[in-house]
Design a binder for this molecule. Structure first.
Ligand code: ATP
Length: 250
């Protein structure tokens, strides 16, 4: 499947021709991508490729110097981050950004501060505790005392407590043991399946990215170098060369 024949009407998110410049250096140039409603899409790239810049642009933390961010058919390029969260667009940032001296429960409650539907909040607590049973056991523990994997679970669960329609995950595998990365992949697919949440997964770990998503964009030094469904990306010569140094299987 190429970008041309992905239906534009059913996209929850579209980035159109985005440039982001920090001072005098161009971080990303001419980045366009789409997340169809209900799909898991991944954005891969090595260190400094511009993945976080792309997600921060979607979340409204970074302002693009060119291009537009379209969410549910509406141009939100100039909308502040809190308004985007209210519209169901949620970023789980790289490095988790938890409140280490607050408990797991308190961190999760903070995710729901913009909501008033108490029944929905309760059912989302049930959902995240089913998804990550360890968090239920440790709900009274200070978040800063958890392992890296458990902290990443709290970060994702806190994002879910805002009832997102589009969940953007920035490198959830970072600093996490391989077995926990696998659990993370299972959880990401479960969120998508059970709640129908659209997901944009930014990853350097191509194994997690390829086992989770249905469509992939690959960034290299601030520009998209390839896109396609997972099988075609795995077999793409440019991606093989960039990630695996030649013709090796992805
Ligand atoms: P990583 O995987 O290491 O997090 P990334 O793909 O997410 O990398 P970005 O963090 O988006 O990449 O960085 C893209 C480029 O922009 C890099 O060259 C980086 O040094 C630069 N950059 C990022 N944030 C800033 C900033 N606040 N000010 C100046 N330059 C920045």
């Amino acid at each position: 499947m190429t970008d041309m024949n992905r239906k534009s009407g059913s996209n929850i998110l579209e980035l159109r021709d985005i440039d982001v410049i920090y001072g005098k250096s161009v971080a990303i140039h001419d980045v366009s991508l789409k997340v169809p409603e209900g799909e898991i899409v991944t954005l891969i790239g090595s260190n400094g490729a511009g993945k976080s810049t792309t997600l921060n642009t979607i979340a409204g933390i970074v302002k693009p110097s060119r291009g537009s961010v379209v969410y549910k058919g509406e141009d939100i390029t100039k909308l502040p981050t809190d308004k985007r969260v209210q519209m169901g667009l949620c970023l789980v940032p790289e490095g988790r950004h938890l409140f280490p001296f607050l408990t797991v429960l308190e961190n999760l409650q903070l995710g729901a501060t913009q909501r008033k539907d108490s029944a929905g909040i309760k059912s989302d607590f049930d959902f995240v505790y089913d998804l990550f049973p360890k968090l239920k056991d440790r709900r009274s523990q200070k978040a800063g005392t958890l392992s890296g994997g458990e902290q990443q679970m709290v970060a994702i669960a806190r994002g879910l407590m805002s009832d997102p329609k589009l969940l953007c995950l920035d490198e959830p595998s970072l600093g996490i043991a391989p077995i926990v990365i696998e659990e993370m992949g299972v959880a990401i697919k479960e969120i998508n399946k059970s709640k129908g949440t659209s997901i944009l997964l930014v990853e350097q770990n191509v194994h997690l990215a390829f086992s989770t998503a249905s469509y992939c964009y690959a960034l290299q030094v601030g520009e998209l170098m390839a896109e396609g469904d997972i099988e075609s990306i795995k077999n793409s010569d440019v991606v093989k060369k960039a990630y695996f140094g030649g013709d090796k299987e992805a």
